[in-house]
Write a protein that binds this ligand. Structure first.
Ligand SMILES: [Zn+2]
Length: 172
């Protein structure tokens, strides 16, 4: 006997896919419970977005803070001579290891450049892109992040329909 509701089944089936990372599952469940429907892993779109909401013409990327360099900054460091080199400065959630520093820095920088390029391509194709960071899904921040994601999607939908929207909180 199959006692799963369609929603449970959806969550279950999604859970056994091998590519599923936990943060991505949080976003999926959060959107699903707020009534949003999405497609997964649109392979033919640049960057293979984690979730695609066609109705909202929006791609969502759920990014790990370390690999995608969340909040790292570029800093111009002078080595004392005339030559200047850009270095990546670690952030709270992306600590670039000091061992093999150059390797990690190059790797993270490449990922960041790729992300930017893919989102530029998607924008040129008329897609909105939203990035959700792993650190924004920590238990304390999770609900707020998902609420604001839902808010942003509704905002996008209204804007695409040519409606003006006013927010009493003055946020957007
Ligand atoms: Zn982060």
């Amino acid at each position: 006997m199959d006692r799963l509701t369609p929603q449970q089944r959806h969550v279950n089936m999604a859970a056994i896919r091998s590519k599923d990372t936990k943060p991505e599952m949080i976003v999926r469940r959060g959107l699903w419970s707020r009534g949003f429907r999405y497609r997964l892993n649109y392979k033919w779109l640049p960057g293979h977005p984690d979730l695609v909401l066609r109705k909202y013409r929006t791609c969502i990327f759920v990014n790990g803070c370390f690999w995608h360099g969340h909040n790292v900054t570029e800093s111009q460091m002078s080595d004392g001579r005339s030559k200047k080199e850009d270095v990546l400065v670690s952030s709270e959630c992306c600590k670039i290891p000091s061992t093999n520093n150059a390797f990690w820095e190059a790797k993270i920088r490449r990922n960041m450049e790729r992300d930017k390029e893919e989102q530029r391509k998607l924008a040129a194709m008329g897609w909105h892109c939203i990035t959700i960071w792993e650190c924004e899904l920590k238990p304390k921040l999770r609900e707020r992040t998902l609420d604001s994601l839902a808010f942003t999607l509704n905002h996008i939908w209204l804007q695409d329909k040519g409606c003006k929207m006013y927010d009493v909180r003055g946020k957007m």
